[in-house]
Every structure is written in C-alpha cells, then in structure tokens.
Design a protein around this ligand. Structure first.
Ligand SMILES: *Cc1c(COP(=O)(O)O)cnc(C)c1O
Length: 229
C-alpha cells in the first residue's frame, strides 16, 4: 500500500478509537515517525498534511532539518545531555525527559536561545530493563523537580509500551499511564499544563487512544517496515 493509502486506513482507525473514548479525530495528534525514512518519502506524508514528525536520533533531525520545511520536529528517542545543544533551537517538543540532569541541560540550552521547551516526562511503565524512562513511582517526584526549571514547560507524559503482538496486553499499562497523568495534573505544579499523553505505536495505537492517548507515534504503519543499514 502507498503512504497515502496507509494514512487513510490509519485515519479511519484513529477516528473509531477516538469515538470509543468519547473524543473526536481532531483531539488526537498523529506524529509521523520518520526515523530511517528518506526525505522524499517523508515529503509525501508532509504534502498530505502530516506536518508533525517524530525522530528518535538527534543526528537524523540535524540531517533532515534543512531539507524539509514547514514541519514540527518532535524528539521521541533517548537524548544524551551532550547532544541537547544541537536541537534546543530546532524541535517543538522533547518526549523523552527522564532525569533531572537532562531537564537541567535542556532548560539551560533553551535559556541561551531565548525559548521555553515543551517537554514530556518519559515513563518506563512496564519496568523493562532495556528501556529508558523514569519508573512509574518516581514520575511525580521528577515532574515536581522539572517544574522548578525556568525554561521548561511540562506538557504531559510519554511511554513506549512493551512490544506485544496482542495490543490488548498493553491496555493495563496505558491505564496506569492515564492514572499517573491525572495524579500529576492534580498537583498543579508550576510551569506544568498536563495536555498530552503520548503513547501508542503502529502495533497498539488504537488501544492507547481508547485509554486516553492524544498523541500517537506511528512509523511502520505509515511508511512500511524500516530498513536498518
Ligand atoms: C520507532 C518509534 C516509534 C514508532 O514505532 P512503529 O512501531 O514503527 O510505529 C514510536 N515511538 C518511539 C519512541 C520510537 O522510537
């Protein structure tokens, strides 16, 4: 199937899942995950109106930044503190803040370029060893600390759920994320507006939306299987 056909199918499924949770299609942001995808194919999606792009490596954002205009870049992968300086003036939102040290560096670099960065706190919701993210029972504490930093704006939470061919198995994790989200929202921290719950990928985005996700990050479903070289 073409990128346009894939997107049409995803649109239908997002709408149906949004309806199930009492929301509308326009309440959900579809982030097109473009890692390893070449610029010509990314532009196909952009021309269809998909202008919010997710990348998980700083290097790839740097390479694509000047070649693709009129889009918002979201950094969704693990970010090393020594690379923050390269993207502080380039990305719209960082989904993967999982330590105070990283938050401090982002705030510092954003102060230098005169902006406030929208961030999400990444939670390792299933406690997977190989994954980044703060443990669920430490998320609130981290949010409270990040909220004190002047050039950060906390906008919500993000998680990468376990890979499971049966998406229903991730429903419990999405529910926990939603609960954590509401708990933090109720704290009314400074510099914090809990607007976004970024969860759900190609394999499980419908379940994630049913449980409250309003950003889904989809790569394979749009562009097909990635070729790692
Ligand atoms: C690659 C990636 C995605 C998209 O994964 P697909 O299964 O291809 O949709 C979403 N989120 C993050 C953090 C990723 O690294």
């Amino acid at each position: 199937m073409s990128i346009a056909e894939n997107l049409a199918d995803i649109e239908r499924r997002i709408s149906a899942a949004a309806q199930k949770s009492g929301r509308k299609r326009e309440d959900i942001l579809l982030l097109a995950v473009t890692k390893t995808i070449d610029t010509d194919r990314i532009k196909e999606a952009v021309e269809l109106g998909y202008t919010s792009l997710g990348e998980n490596r700083v290097q790839e954002i740097m390479e694509k930044y000047d070649k693709i205009q009129g889009v918002d870049w979201h950094l969704i992968g693990h970010l090393q503190t020594n690379k923050v300086k390269y993207i502080a003036d380039k990305v719209k939102m960082i989904h993967s803040v999982d330590s105070l040290k990283l938050g401090e560096e982002i705030s510092k670099r954003c102060a230098n370029c005169g902006r406030v960065m929208d961030i999400l706190v990444e939670v390792n919701i299933a406690g997977e060893e190989a994954k980044h993210g703060v443990p669920p029972d430490k998320a609130q504490e981290l949010a409270a600390e990040l909220a004190k930093l002047p050039n950060l704006h906390i906008k919500g939470l993000m998680t990468v759920a376990p890979y499971d061919p049966e998406p229903e198995n991730n429903r419990k994790y999405f529910r926990l994320m939603r609960k954590l989200f509401v708990d933090i929202q109720n704290k009314n921290y400074d510099n914090t507006d809990m607007e976004f719950l970024s969860m759900g990928m190609t394999n499980d985005y419908e379940t994630a939306i049913e449980e409250g996700a309003n950003i889904v990050r989809i790569g394979t479903g749009i562009f097909g299987a990635r070729n790692y070289t």
